[in-house]
Design a protein around this ligand. Sequence first.
Ligand code: SAH
Length: 243
Amino acid sequence: MGKIYVIGSGPGNEGGLTIQAKETLNACDIIAGYKAYTALIKPLFPNKEYYENGMGGEIERCKKCVSFANEGKNVALVCSGDPEVYGMASPLLEVTEEEGFSDIEIIPGVTSALSCGAILGAPLNHDFCIISLSDLLTPWEVIEKRLKAAAEGDFVIALYNPSSKNRKDYLKRACEILLETLDKDTKCGYVKNAGREGEEKRICTLFELMKEEVDMFTTVFIGNGNTKILNGKLVTPRGYFKE
Ligand code: SAH
């Protein structure tokens, strides 16, 4: 019987892959994943067998991993960033619990909040939270409640899934909710395609962010009341230099 490794591949470039992830991918017999992400790592592991499918195929992908492992293969189930952050780790653990399969190891990766945060500066250097704006599996009312609570708590916020083809105005809606509590000049920023072709970054205010169009490969940051811009970088101070 083979083993299943759930591997975070980081932002998408070779340098962003941990050594542990790379060694495990090299040692596996088959790599399974969402096709947009396997496309990114294929050039690094060209001679591997692949199982790829599309968005919405997550549960099918997990079940396939179990059947490959039952055939005796060591399987790498890859996802971008970290597998525990809106990734494949929990669906695989749910599927395998049902199927009585337990030889699983989770290999962490650099999640987008961290890879994108580093590109902007140090926005997450105090208490922060991550909120996904995708309402595919989470009702919008719950997302709204979390946005309000995060603003109320003065957390720095990293937003994942800020937009998609059918949800063009979700970032605007989120900004409107945040503006009920936060100052319109709150320092914000976003990074698109971190570590990939077409990487872009922008720093702006919350009011300006409301009018920005971002895509699904973007991570958005909303600073806390102390976040500032230093030498063109978005920085949340830890508090060493309080006046
Ligand atoms: N497991 C992934 C997150 C998957 S949810 C992780 O830990 O990073 C998908 C969201 O991640 C995207 O909508 C976007 O907000 C963010 N994301 C993924 N790759 C990105 C990249 N290269 N640059 C910026 N944001 C990215």
